[in-house]
Design a protein around this ligand. Structure first.
Ligand SMILES: Nc1ncnc2c1ncn2[C@@H]1O[C@H](COP(=O)(O)OP(=O)(O)OP(=O)(O)O)[C@@H](O)[C@H]1O
Ligand SMILES: [Mg+2]
Length: 313
């Protein structure tokens, strides 16, 4: 058995979209002219993900993250290049591929709306032909990782967003897939639910060695879950390595936090190689009273912001 969960080789995805013209005249023109342009959503992405890894697939809005996930799950066919997920070409072996993957798109539930969660679980068990013993083991594992009692007998439509997301994640892991795709799983959730969901994902990954591919704009997710991150920008892969490696690259950066007289905190990023932190503090002190000072290591949030701002260089 190979150790690779996902192999992408020079994958591209183009969309043909209608060039829209403004105004009523433009709309009528659009009806008759077939003036298309090509949007390259994913450009020449090569990527290998090993079994059991949790990777953060990051990038600014419109970078091509969801498009990549859709190709990995077989929803979209690449324009060119090759993808193998668990050794299968996703769009060619859609049914077979689905048996071995789990998918959660944040804010879009895949569950039966009016059914209590436990009934959805039983349907999924039968659909995926999960053996009763394995099913029960999985439910036990869920119980050990998160308090599922309050949601188990609730119809999905009566759940809060957080409970629904939790349910969706549990449902995605139920047939013990080799790989689970999570597209923005913590979007819109409060801090405590976010942390519950992160613990659940970590626990499932650890117990079942499930490969997890995660897209998120929440750097808390990245800090809690991902050792390795892949960053894409305008469809092109610009970074692929451990998050630690990236932080070391920005190792001379510090976050300087200054507390003003009104107790508000001002934050700035300083490169110690070029700027003396003490000079900055003294300069600020001249302008206004500083009550407190904190100097912190660069956070994941700031590292990622710097990369995004730098563009695909
Ligand atoms: N079905 C489609 N038809 C045409 N263009 C599309 C389609 N799907 C995505 N695109 C375009 O492809 C690009 C990448 O979109 P994608 O949804 O993959 O971005 P993303 O990285 O997931 O962004 P976000 O962080 O906002 O979710 C965007 O320019 C988008 O407009
Ligand atoms: Mg997206």
């Amino acid at each position: 058995m190979s150790n690779e969960a996902v192999v992408m080789k020079n994958v591209c995805k183009d969309f043909k979209v209608l060039n829209r013209h403004e105004g009523l005249k433009g709309s009528i023109r659009d009806l008759f002219s077939r003036d298309y342009k090509t949007v390259s959503a994913v450009k020449d992405v090569t990527l290998t993900v090993d079994k059991g890894e949790i990777i953060g697939y990051l990038g600014p809005n419109g970078a091509g993250k969801s498009t990549t996930i859709k190709m990995m799950t077989g929803v979209l066919e690449p324009t060119s290049g090759e993808i193998l997920v668990n050794g299968r070409t996703p769009y060619k072996n859609r049914t077979e591929n689905c048996e071995h993957i789990g998918v959660v798109f944040g804010q879009r539930s895949q569950l039966w709306w009016s059914l209590p969660l436990i009934e959805s679980f039983k349907l999924l068990r039968d659909l995926y032909m999960v053996e009763q013993k394995d099913y029960e083991e999985m439910i036990e594992l869920y119980r050990s990782l998160v308090d599922i009692e309050p949601i188990l007998h609730k119809p999905v439509r009566q759940m809060s967003l957080g409970q629904r997301t939790l349910s969706d994640i549990l449902a995605a892991f139920l047939h013990n897939p080799d790989i689970v795709f999570l597209d923005e799983p913590t979007i819109g959730l409060d801090v405590s639910m976010k942390s519950k969901i992160r613990e659940l994902i970590l626990g499932l990954n650890k117990e079942k060695n499930t490969t997890v591919i995660l897209t998120t704009h929440d750097m808390g997710d990245v800090d809690a879950l991902c050792k390795r991150i892949v960053i894409i920008d305008e469809g092109t892969k610009i970074y692929d390595n451990d998050i630690e490696h990236l932080k070391n690259y920005f190792g001379s950066y510090r976050t300087l936090k200054l507390k003003h007289a009104d107790d508000s905190w001002e934050e700035m990023l300083i490169d110690e190689k070029t700027t003396d932190v003490m000079d900055v503090i003294l300069e600020k002190q001249k302008q206004q009273k500083i009550k407190d000072v904190k100097i912190l290591e660069i956070s994941t949030e700031e590292v990622i912001r710097k990369i995004y701002e730098g563009g695909a260089k």
